[in-house]
Design a protein around this ligand. Structure first.
Ligand code: CO
Length: 133
């Protein structure tokens, strides 16, 4: 059911400032910068082969990502796995005992269907699933 790691997300205070490391030091390229409506975040993607690093910047100080940075500082925020069908995967995970943040898919970056599994049932790692984009 899980096809690959789609992206690893890093919580940052500023997407463009954080991207300097990836572009100037690692020689990668930032693309796909967009504000995700309804999630109060600005994201930017750095493509690396089949996977990506997602830089996530909070736009609202009350958002989950803002609170994450306040508590833990900038750093790895979540891992996202690609699945064929987000809704079906969420149902299966719940049946297998996972605590979900999203019982049904929501629209994430680049208009893909995404869903989050609560870190309480993943060993502390916020876990996202998405369909291919
Ligand atoms: Co993500």
């Amino acid at each position: 059911m899980i096809k690959k790691i789609h992206h690893i997300a890093i919580a940052v205070r500023d997407v463009e400032k954080a991207a300097v490391f990836y572009e100037k030091i690692l020689g990668l390229k930032l693309g796909g910068v967009e504000e995700v409506a309804g999630m109060d975040v600005k994201v930017g993607f750095i493509q690396i082969g089949e996977t990506r690093i997602e830089l996530v910047q909070p736009l609202d100080p009350a958002s989950g990502v803002a609170k994450f940075i306040e508590k833990k500082g900038e750093g790895i925020h979540h891992i996202c796995y690609e699945v064929e069908d987000t809704a079906a995967a969420l149902r299966a995970f719940e049946e297998r005992g996972a605590k979900l943040i999203d019982k049904t898919p929501r629209i994430g970056a680049h208009h893909t269907k995404v869903g989050f599994v609560h870190p309480k049932s993943t060993g502390g790692v916020l876990t996202e699933i998405c369909e291919s984009s």
